[in-house]
Write a protein that binds this ligand. Structure first.
Ligand SMILES: C[C@H](O)[C@H](O)[C@H]1CNC2=NC(N)=NC(=O)C2=N1
Length: 99
């Protein structure tokens, strides 16, 4: 069981997630990859992690631009699972972007 983070905890997490913002009950970021195949590769890697963690981000694909939204549906808001998923997504995007 994962409990909802309070506003201070969310702000503390965002201090270390510079590409992310809070949008209502979710953490959100966009990422532009070098090409459509690279974007799909990122999605596939994140899908593997999501299955391992049994925690799934919402992903919007528009050519090479991805939008990720992390929220814990069962709790109706942001939990530590979403912060961890955001960090995992950053790792995949950074690796594929070469940054
Ligand atoms: C049974 C299974 O653990 C749940 O349905 C999981 C699957 N993935 C999930 N992902 C997200 N983002 N929120 C959830 O509440 C959630 N629940």
């Amino acid at each position: 069981m994962t409990s909802l983070l309070n506003d201070d905890q969310i702000q503390a997490a965002l201090d270390h997630l510079s590409d992310w913002t809070q949008e209502g009950t979710a953490l959100v970021r966009t990422a532009k990859l070098a090409s459509f195949p690279q974007a799909i590769q990122a999605v596939n890697r994140i899908a593997e992690i999501a299955e391992q963690e049994d925690h799934h981000p919402d992903i919007d694909i528009r050519w090479r631009e991805l939008r990720f939204s992390c929220s814990t549906h069962s709790e109706g808001g942001i939990t530590q699972k979403d912060v961890s998923m955001a960090q995992e997504i950053d790792g995949v995007v950074d690796t594929l972007s070469g940054s």
